[in-house]
Design a protein around this ligand. Structure first.
Ligand SMILES: Nc1nc2c(ncn2[C@@H]2O[C@H](COP(=O)(O)OP(=O)(O)O)[C@@H](O)[C@H]2O)c(=O)[nH]1
Ligand SMILES: [Mg+2]
Length: 278
């Protein structure tokens, strides 16, 4: 028997959704950071096995701020949840669900699994869940996959939603832009990271080398200074860490040039949010 279907991952920012998708798919489709609201749009990660195919939909976290970027992100969450076969609701095991979350979970109905995440961490809090996992150690991930498959539509023969070797709906350009954003998020401190977007402005793939130019868009002149860093050190670090990922992804030499651009208050401007792809 073959099973195939769509599974959305929902939960608060930082619950570990993107880490879980990457761990289950076995490829890095979504960037990870300790800063909330890292994931901005829905990302598909596809796992294909002999007995089934699971299409994971990683979503931005559920949150309540009101700028144009947040609104676009929440719209992405709602659209992911409607029309999937199963929802995984993730809760960081070191926290307790609040009343809004409880209500949201109840409202999801039958086709859901409540997943306690990060069980490798000490100081776990008591709450009910269907399964407990750690993306870091891999604990219970195989059991989770079995539980997911059980809940997906059945077919008498292999019925693929996507080609078996396909693992994400995102382009190489998107994955590299996101990698730049992840490196910036993880290397920069303070208030800068939330206001960052990355736009690939040149992607020229030759036989042995790929030339990539990208803009890191920030909201203020002083943020620009922080992203560039003293003597260009910060920008250099972001670039070299991204290059390692891109070279593995494309199996070619990467010539990466990063620029920093100020777009005042872009997160409050719907047209800018849209232009930047969110
Ligand atoms: N210890 C531990 N940390 C985790 C685990 N899963 C995710 N994290 C961390 O939690 C933070 C948020 O993870 P992320 O996957 O980006 O969460 P998302 O916002 O729900 O997508 C990151 O710092 C991750 O490294 C886990 O299983 N164990
Ligand atoms: Mg995420």
């Amino acid at each position: 028997m073959f099973r195939a279907g769509y599974v959305a991952l929902v939960g608060k920012p930082n619950a570990g959704k993107s880490s879980l998708v990457n761990a289950l798919v076995g490829e890095k489709v979504a960037i990870i950071s300790a800063k909330p609201q890292t994931t901005r749009e829905n990302i598909l990660g596809v796992l294909t096995r002999d007995d089934g195919q699971i299409v994971f939909v990683d979503t931005p976290g559920i949150h309540h701020t009101k700028n144009a970027l947040s609104k676009a992100m929440m719209k992405n969450v709602r659209s992911a949840v409607s029309g999937v076969d199963l929802v995984l609701y993730l809760i960081d095991g070191t926290t307790l669900p609040d009343s809004e979350e409880e209500e949201y979970i109840a409202h999801l109905g039958e086709n859901k699994l409540v997943v306690r995440s990060k069980i490798d961490l000490p100081k776990q809090k008591p709450f009910n869940s269907d399964i407990q996992i750690s993306s870091q150690t891999g604990e219970n991930l195989q059991v989770l996959l079995e539980k997911i498959l059980e809940k997906l539509p059945q077919y008498s023969q292999p019925t693929y939603i996507f080609e078996p070797d396909y693992y994400t709906d995102k382009s190489v350009k998107f994955l590299i832009a996101e990698e730049i954003r992840e490196k910036a998020l993880n290397l920069l401190h303070q208030e800068v990271p939330h206001g960052i977007a990355v736009e690939i402005i040149k992607f020229d793939e030759q036989e042995n080398v790929v030339f990539i130019d990208a803009d890191i868009v920030c909201e203020q002149e002083r943020h620009k200074g922080m992203i560039i860093g003293k003597g260009g050190e910060m920008l250099k670090k972001i670039g070299s860490q991204t290059r390692t990922f891109a070279e593995q992804l494309l199996d070619k030499k990467i010539m990466l040039k990063l620029f920093v651009k100020v777009e005042r208050d872009w997160r409050n401007k719907p047209e800018k949010v849209k232009h930047l792809g969110y």
